[in-house]
Design a binder for this molecule. Structure first.
Ligand code: SAM
Length: 269
């Protein structure tokens, strides 16, 4: 477990993933009924972008730093994400974004395996009474938590991709999780190093029977050996999500000097 998200926080892939997270949470908030969020690989929850780790890679400079003066008309998900970042101080990771957007009736369980990252996460979430940090394996623990009592919600799966068999462990977990919570929204992040691997992964997940799924693909130009492309697989994307991501993508892509595209894999609006 060498991966530390501090080296990558606020990079282009984080920006698009966290925008998608906000878009889904805003949708869930439209109904008064409670919802649950399970964040399987939560990280420490907040990242100092002027610290040593972020400084070493400079990745946030090609991501969130390029949005610092973005203003004007934009989808609510994008303005909400930018407000959360601007008011947060350290860059907010997925569990902090979720914690800030939950209402009193909603619940977050954030799972993190690494002891130091977990300890920081636990402290960060302590003031939020409806949020719990759990130390453990994100795949096994998420499956135990599904379906949530509320029967509405989001499962975010954002693994470190350190293990050579991460794609197959991820695909198997998503299939098992979907079987337990077929009405849930699933937001899954993965690096795209080869189109064939990404397609095989999506195929393996969809063989589990998901009736509605789409991908969002983000590419930037990056130096050799650095991540240049990342994907999001979204199962049961809420109504209007694809449009929001497309509108926001049109504003973000030129800033990131990249391309953001969406595609329906199965079902559509
Ligand atoms: C990509 S980072 C998460 C970033 C976070 N989701 C965000 O958007 O702010 C992946 C995290 O998974 C943690 N991790 C590694 N193996 C894990 C496991 N088996 N279960 C849970 N967490 C794990 C790493 O320590 C790391 O903090």
């Amino acid at each position: 477990m060498n991966y530390r998200h501090g080296y990558h926080a606020g990079n282009f892939a984080d920006v698009v993933k966290h925008l998608a997270l906000v878009a889904i949470l805003l949708h869930l908030r439209k109904k008064d009924t409670a919802f649950s969020v399970v964040d399987s690989h939560a990280g420490r929850g907040a990242y100092d972008l002027s610290g040593a780790e972020a400084g070493k890679t400079g990745e946030a400079q090609g991501g969130i730093a390029r949005l610092s003066d973005l203003s004007g008309e934009m989808p609510e998900a994008l303005s909400t994400y930018l407000s959360l970042v601007r008011e947060s101080g350290p860059y907010p990771g997925s569990p902090l974004i979720a914690a800030k957007l939950l209402r009193p009736q909603d619940r977050l369980t954030a799972i993190e395996k690494h002891p130091e990252e977990f300890s920081a996460l636990e402290k960060l979430l302590a003031p939020y009474r409806n949020c719990a940090a759990e130390q453990g394996d994100g795949y096994a623990r998420s499956l135990k938590l599904l379906p949530p009592p509320s029967r509405r919600g989001l499962v975010l799966i954002d693994p470190p991709f350190e293990a050579p068999d991460e794609f197959s462990a991820l695909a198997q977990t998503v299939r098992d999780a979907y079987r337990k919570f077929a009405t849930g929204i699933f937001l899954i992040w993965y690096p795209v190093k080869s189109q064939a691997d990404a397609d095989a992964f999506a195929g393996e997940v969809l063989a589990g029977g998901a009736a509605k799924a789409m991908t969002i693909d983000t590419r930037i130009s990056a130096p050799e050996g650095k991540l240049a492309r990342a994907g999001l697989l979204v199962i049961n994307p809420p109504f209007g999500f694809a449009d929001v991501m497309e509108q926001a993508g049109r504003l973000l892509a030129p800033r990131l000097e990249g391309e953001i595209s969406s595609a329906w894999l199965v079902g559509a609006e």
